[in-house]
Design a protein around this ligand. Structure first.
Ligand code: NUP
Length: 215
């Protein structure tokens, strides 16, 4: 993913018309559009094919299954045109290897969740986040997902993964995190949803976040 704006739009609206309108409005300010279950369950995987005409798409399916099922999910997602996928890591190395193998075949990216950004994200993830980050490096993932709500954890995770892997970081705005703080802590991109798509002017909201990050 080109690091121009350092901003990834989390497009969690559930209908095609709003999704395409918002994506078009913010396209100058985002490097990628993240789609997840809300939009794909609302409109089908075909929406990815439409959005890739506007910006590269990351599919946030937090893939978390046995290797064969993970492989099938990744193949569908990349055949639909996504440039990247978000997977869980707690399912173990063989499951992650399966996702990375498919991504390598397609020339796409795998981002592994380390510690989630919401308050409950510390309950079970905290003790294993660093091991998951290490595994992401060893498995050859492109990057990890780490919480903008806890920039100190982004710093910890950056130390573990080094400079080769990217950190994409949700939790800015609606969840209380600051884009500037988490970029300073070592994130490469922030992921922002509600603060942009619920705004009266998504483009202005996206521009404001970009300005905060000096991009
Ligand atoms: O730890 C995570 N936290 C998180 O919010 C991992 C995620 N993938 N996300 C996603 O980022 C979440 O599902 C949503 O799509 C986006 C954040 O949206 P918002 O809080 O900016 O609206």
């Amino acid at each position: 993913m080109d690091k121009k704006n350092r901003l990834i739009l989390a497009l969690d609206v559930t209908d095609r018309e709003n999704a395409l309108r918002i994506a078009n409005e913010v396209s100058d300010y985002v490097d990628s559009i993240k789609v997840g279950y809300p939009l794909v369950l609302g409109e089908g995987l075909g929406i990815v094919k439409e959005l890739v005409e506007i910006a590269p798409v990351i599919a946030d399916f937090k893939v978390a299954d046995i290797p064969n099922t993970d492989r099938l999910i990744c193949e569908h997602v990349f055949n639909a045109g996504a440039a990247g996928i978000i997977t869980h890591g707690f399912t173990g190395r063989d499951s992650l290897d399966s996702c990375v193998k498919v991504a390598n075949d397609f020339g796409t990216d795998v981002y592994v969740v380390t510690e989630m950004s919401h308050p409950g994200g510390v309950e079970f993830f905290r003790p294993v986040a660093e091991d998951i980050a290490k595994m992401a490096v060893e498995a050859g993932a492109s990057g990890v997902v780490a919480p903008a709500t806890r920039p100190e954890r982004v710093k910890d995770i950056r130390k573990i993964i080094g400079e080769e892997l990217s950190i994409i970081s949700p939790g800015v705005g609606a969840q209380g995190g600051s884009a500037a703080d988490v970029i300073r802590a070592g994130a490469d991109w922030v992921i922002v949803g509600r603060s942009i798509y619920n705004s009266d002017s998504p483009a202005e909201a996206a521009k404001k976040i970009c300005d905060e990050m000096n991009c």
